[in-house]
Design a protein around this ligand. Structure first.
Ligand code: GDP
Length: 525
């Protein structure tokens, strides 16, 4: 292996997907603690660095508790270089959240074991599943009474159609939590060991029984665990690494992020099973690109704008796909053919770390951008142009009518609108006949950022009137009759001029389908 191959093989780049409050922040902190990036819990949310703290953008960020500094977190653990890409939840949910999932090689799904699979997890899961990358599951909050572990595993199959394989199994739960029966590593991990040296008790690999005497064997919850584990072995899914690689089976780990129980066990197994960066299909799928190709390449998956209002600058987040990144290197932008020198880059690694290596495939760099980049752009060095597959479009769920407050300022309104839409910040539709502007987003924050940037960057105040949450469904233009449109199913066209209906709710969509059974409606991702 040459140096580049060695470096790439160490990379593990993933995102955590979960519903708000399942414990993503808490587990992220535990991972950062294990990686030595932070020294105490409670530091991730609201973390800020002096550099960005003064910008107006930070005002929104701070108010909402999101931050560019925690967008990408990097640390070393067990000879691996780990990149965690943040996927914000709540109203911060945006197309960026989805697109971030295009830049990772694996996903970790954190589930609150009292609540099971919740709506946001399901949405994010769908996007990850579609990519066919490995998905690992952490059933969190085991220190509280939750649902039956067997139910939680069954729910994966019922709601997400993914096989679950329990890597470990809880011994008790809530106040009766005693530990984990680790099927994979043939040991028991005690929840509150009398001393650290006795945290792990070995199991006989043949019989699965404890090899040393322990009080546990007297307890009925332990017997229950043994029964469950027997049941899993006989009737459950068998471990299948091939299925894990394609996202058809998810290894399930139980634990409690808050009490730092089972997190390290999870991290160790995860790092062994999760893939290093692999090849990419490029140039309309006509070629494949190796992550250890000597030429640098990458794509823009996210643009965070207006870090400094005086310069209208933004940070373009680049996922490196091949070669090595060097500050000041010259690259070419595939879309425009333009040459760029990457002087102003920020790498998301802690400064204190020894042996800082160059950024390679799997790593993320942030480039200060003055308007060169659009989401989905490819950059490369070398003679042969490289174009990565376009990022998918995601179906917005929230819609607003938008107009300029000052009718005299139509020019700046249209300019800003055009540029922000092009950049991929928000989606634009027009009503079919009157061509009124309608904006679509997957989360409320996207609208706020749009409004803020229109004012700040284009000096255009906009008025936005919510038309609420809608289901967008495209219709074949051949089948379209404009009389099909009503307030419950607003007819609009997208940027390409393709027609779609915005249905008020599922009921309106069913009603429409009953009325026009031959009409085929389609959703994007
Ligand atoms: P996020 O919204 O997914 O980032 O969730 P947080 O990490 O902020 O956690 C939400 C709440 O659940 C916080 O009050 C946490 O302290 C709590 N929490 C997280 N993990 C655990 C856990 O393992 N056990 C218990 N009891 N609470 C937890």
């Amino acid at each position: 292996m040459n140096d580049l191959e060695k470096a790439v093989s160490k990379r593990r780049t993933f995102a955590i997907i979960s519903h708000p409050d399942a414990g993503k922040t808490t587990i992220t902190e535990q991972l950062l603690l294990l990686g030595g990036v932070i020294r105490s819990a409670g530091t991730v949310k609201g973390k800020k660095t002096g550099q960005f703290a003064t910008s107006d953008w930070m005002a929104i960020e701070k108010q909402r508790g999101i931050s560019v500094t925690s967008s990408v977190m990097q640390f070393d653990y067990a000879d691996k270089r780990v990149n965690i890409l943040d996927t914000p939840g709540h109203e911060d949910f945006s197309e960026d959240t989805y697109r971030t999932l295009m830049a990772v090689d694996a996903a970790v799904m954190v589930i609150d074991s009292a609540k099971g699979i919740e709506p946001q997890t399901k949405k994010l899961f769908k996007v990850v599943k579609q990519r066919g990358i490995p998905i690992f599951t952490f059933m969190n909050k085991l220190d509280r009474d939750g649902r039956e572990p067997l139910d939680l595993i069954a729910e994966l199959e019922d709601l997400l159609s993914i096989e679950g394989y329990a890597m470990n199994w809880p011994i008790g739960m809530g106040k009766d939590l005693r530990g984990l029966y680790d099927r994979a590593q043939k040991r028991i991990e005690l929840y509150r060991p009398t001393d650290e040296a006795h945290r792990f008790l070995p199991l006989d690999p043949e019989t699965g029984q404890l090899t040393e005497a322990s009080d546990l064997t007297e307890e009925s919850i332990y017997q229950q665990t043994l029964d469950d584990v027997d049941l899993l072995s006989e009737a459950g899914n068998s471990f299948d690494l091939e299925k894990i690689k394609t996202g058809d089976q998810t290894p399930v780990f139980f634990g409690s992020a808050l009490t730092n129980f089972g997190v390290e066990t999870f991290l160790q197994s995860f790092l062994e099973m999760a893939p290093a960066p692999s090849t990419h299909e490029i140039n309309d799928d006509s070629e494949t690109l190796s992550p250890v190709d000597k030429h640098f390449s990458g794509f823009v998956f996210k643009i965070q704008a207006n870090m400094n209002p005086n310069h209208r600058d933004r940070i373009a987040f680049i996922r490196i796909c091949s070669g090595e990144f060097d500050k000041g290197m010259d690259v070419q932008l595939t879309r425009t053919g333009k040459k760029l020198r990457l002087n102003n880059a920020t790498e998301f690694m802690s400064d204190e770390r020894e042996n800082v290596e160059k950024a390679v495939a799997g790593d993320i760099v942030g480039l200060y951008d003055t308007g060169n980049f659009q989401i989905g752009d490819s950059i490369y060095t070398g003679k042969n142009p490289i174009k990565f597959a376009p990022l998918p479009q995601f179906t917005p769920e929230l819609f607003m009518r938008v107009t300029a407050k000052n009718v005299m300022k139509q020019k700046s309104f249209h300019k800003g609108m055009q540029q922000l839409v092009q950049e991929g910040a928000i989606q634009l539709y027009k009503t079919y006949t009157t061509e009124d502007y309608i904006l679509g987003a997957v989360g409320q924050l996207q609208f706020e950022v749009f409004q803020f940037r229109m004012k700040n960057e284009y000096n255009s105040e906009v008025i936005m009137t919510p038309i609420g949450s809608r289901t967008a469904r495209w219709i074949d233009p051949e089948q379209l009759d404009e009389n099909m449109s009503s307030s419950r199913n607003l007819l609009v066209k997208d940027l390409k001029g393709e027609p779609l209906f915005l249905f008020e709710n599922a009921f309106a969509e069913r009603w429409f389908q009953d009325k026009y059974p031959d009409v085929k409606l389609t959703a994007k991702l």
